[in-house]
Every structure is written in structure tokens, then in C-alpha cells.
Design a protein around this ligand. Structure first.
Ligand code: NI
Length: 227
């Protein structure tokens, strides 16, 4: 599933992010790429353990913790601390598949990448190009979101970033190891959870079918979930 999640960061948070990022120590993005993706990647990135990465990454993790749509869709067991990247004119990231495992320099944790996420930090009218293109079951999807909005997609997907031709595209990217590894199972749980939430708004909380459906949801998470 390709899922857009709006307003992960507020306008006030974005202003603060841009102030910090303007004076952050940007470096060649190939530092964190695997062998194959180093050939495909041309961008700038913040070192994982610099102060700006830690501070802003921490703010994003806090925002994700309280984002009910993200929690329901990703069912996160572990989250790789966000990386910050910037593409200027002529910079791009050709089609690639993300590494299956990533070792966090911050936490020394090894994380299996089940889901990839891009949180857009630049307003789309401030740059041309820079679309995230994701190959999925329904063909290639081109994604360019408002600043503060995020796209979540399976890490098994072939994806890349089109060349920027004007301005700068700044984004945060991170990966999720999910409690539910299988995409199809996770997608069904998300549909079930969202349907239960909508029903809860329409019928009284104690409706016996709502209680049963909620039980089914949790029993499926127990059945399909693993750390
Ligand atoms: Ni990637």
C-alpha cells in the first residue's frame, strides 16, 4: 500500500526545521548508500549522528508516536532514526531497492526495513522535479507532497527520485521494522482498524459486533505479529 499521511509536522515545526537545516553540516549522500545504490545516488545528506539530525529526527519520532494513522498503518516495532537529504539542481537518485537491513549509528540497532517513508519538508512550488517515483502493482506512482506530509510504502518497491531542475528538495527519510512483516496482512489490519474507528463514530461503543471486531483485530495482531 502507498499511504499519504498529511500534516505529520505543523507549519511552526517546519519553520524551525528549515532554520536548523540551513546551518546544518550537509555532506555527500553516498556515505550511507549500499554498493549498488551508491552508483545511483546523487544528493546531500546530514551525518546521522550530527546534532541537527538527532534533534530534528527526535521531533519526527515524537510526532510519529502520536500519529494514529501512522501507528495503525505501520504497526512499528522499531524505527530507523530519520535521515535528512537535500537535492539541488541536477541531483537525483536513480531507481533502486533499499537495503534490507540497516544499522543505526545512533542506536546501534539493526533494523529490518519493511516500510520506507519520505516526509517532505520543502513546499512543492519551491522546486521543480524531485518527484519520488515508486513502482508498485498498479504501475509507477509519482509522489510530490506538501511540506509536512509523508508517504509510506513497502521497502520491497523499486523507487527513485527524479532530478531536481530548480530550487532544492529537502526531505526526511526513515524505515520501519513492522510488528507485521507481511504487507498484505498489514494492509488488511489497517483496513479493519480504520473501519472499526469509523463504526465507533456511528454506533454506540458497546455494540456487541464492535466488541467482537475489536477482538478479532487484536487476535490477528497477536497471530501475525512478531517483534
Ligand atoms: Ni531508497
Amino acid at each position: 500500500m502507498l499511504l499519504e499521511i498529511e500534516n505529520v509536522l505543523s507549519a511552526e515545526a517546519l519553520t524551525r526545521f528549515h532554520e536548523v537545516l540551513a546551518r546544518a553540516p550537509w555532506a555527500d549522500g553516498r556515505a550511507t548508500a549500499g554498493y549498488q545504490s551508491a552508483l545511483a545516488k546523487n544528493n546531500h545528506q546530514l551525518p546521522e549522528d550530527c546534532e541537527a539530525s538527532r534533534m530534528l529526527g527526535g521531533e519526527i519520532l515524537d510526532a510519529l508516536n502520536s500519529n494514529l494513522i501512522f501507528q495503525s498503518a505501520a504497526l512499528p516495532a522499531r524505527i530507523f532514526p530519520p535521515l535528512f537529504n537535500r537535492y539541488g539542481p541536477g541531483q537525483a537518485f536513480a531507481a533502486h531497492v533499499d537495503n534490507a537491513m540497516r544499522l543505526s549509528a545512533q542506536t546501534q540497532e539493526r533494523i529490518r526495513t519493511d516500510l520506507s517513508a519520505t516526509l517532505f519538508l520543502s513546499e512543492p512550488d519551491t522546486y521543480d522535479g524531485g518527484e519520488l517515483v515508486i513502482d508498485g502493482n498498479f504501475g509507477a506512482q509519482s509522489v510530490k507532497l506538501k511540506a509536512g506530509d509523508m508517504i509510506l510504502y513497502p521497502s520491497t518497491s523499486l523507487h527513485g527520485v527524479n532530478a531536481v531542475t530548480r530550487g532544492a528538495r529537502v526531505a526526511a527519510v526513515f524505515w520501519v521494522q513492522s510488528l507485521v512483516r507481511d504487507d498484505a496482512c498489514r494492509d488488511m489490519l489497517f483496513d479493519l482498524d480504520m473501519s472499526i474507528q469509523r463504526l465507533r463514530a456511528d454506533v454506540e461503543d458497546a455494540h456487541p459486533s464492535l466488541i467482537t471486531l475489536t477482538g478479532v483485530y487484536h487476535n490477528l495482531v497477536r497471530r501475525w505479529g512478531a517483534p
